[in-house]
Design a protein around this ligand. Sequence first.
Ligand code: ADP
Ligand code: MG
Length: 399
Amino acid sequence: MAMFNTLDDLGDVTGKVALVRVDLNMPMDGGSVTDTTRVRASAPTILELADAGAKVLLLAHFGRPKGQRNSTMSVSMTLDAVEDVLGREVMFIPEVSGPVVEQSVGILRNGDIAMLENTRFWAGEEANDPEFAAAIAANGDIFVNDAFSAAHRAHASTEGLAHLLPSYAGRAMEMELKALDAALGNPEHPVAAVVGGAKVSSKLAVLEHLVGRVDHLIIGGGMANTFLAARGVDVGKSLCEHDLTDTANAILDAADQAGCTVHLPYDVVVAKEFAANPPSLRTSNVHEVAPDEMILDIGPQAVEALADVLKTCRTLVWNGPMGAFEIQPFDAATVALARTAAALTSEGSLVSVAGGGDTVAALNHAGVAADFTYVSTAGGAFLEWMEGKELPGVAALRA
Ligand code: ADP
Ligand code: MG
């Protein structure tokens, strides 16, 4: 694994100003945060720095204000939630640089925590303008990046600052990088990848990268339909990208060449309408889907075969549900496979890493997210990592 400085490498930070990039882009309803996962993830980093005597300045973006001040997107809307999670008072500073920040820092005591305004109120953030980054850096002594979820963007607060100040990965960033490295960077083989979700087109780069790295590629969800169609299966009215059958075949060929076994379902769960427990619900061999039916989940035989594959593996990386899991009973395969992976992880035979918005929701629905080795809530950054891309915010931290 590439080497990063972590909080273990800090030395004495008493009285130093730590600019800490966190993810405060949390869902809101009626002016309050509805899910505090993201600030909870960075709480250990913030508190560790504060308890070590640093003056902590939180830096984050919130929404898409496109380089202009916008009172409806002030990051201060998260202040109450942040104070609740941290159990500390947090001062709000309505700037990210300049004399207001300088004066505010002047009145902070060691161990105090303050929150700077939404970095995206300034165009220099997304442009990664060196002058903007330098203006922020002028009020800090060290930079700590704890926002893996923003690391796929080369912005001033995610990338630029790391070139200007001594930089460290925060605890959440460190944990995420270690987990991802154990899953795909430097994994124990055999490695299985489960890839599902709606469309092949949204995950082409992921599939192309994975075939060269994993021993088993398990394809489910809507994207399995495209692969089945590419193999000449009539998928009826299923969600299917018929224009991508050549691409799907190319991926299957590449897998063959790389010695990666691709697993497509033998049986599927079909229905004529997209509704909970529809009367037309049935399980079918993939070769017997009627023209007016839709494949909405992979079938029980497939699930059993895949569970057997997972039992032979040491590492699992998972993105995308196996079926339309939001609607019963099309959650069955996702839930069953997730429980198998969780059980194998608990037994110590599998390192399991999962990510993706809907995937995290599906694992929570299955009640097993806590049993996975690591579940990434990073969304776009997680997918880019699965594509094998070097994330600029991570690269800039390299010691
Ligand atoms: P993630 O957010 O974890 O990256 P995606 O957004 O790619 O996952 O895919 C999740 C979506 O895929 C879900 O909304 C789910 O209903 C849908 N999906 C999965 N299987 C099917 C299917 N067979 N037909 C239609 N939609 C499906
Ligand atoms: Mg999604």
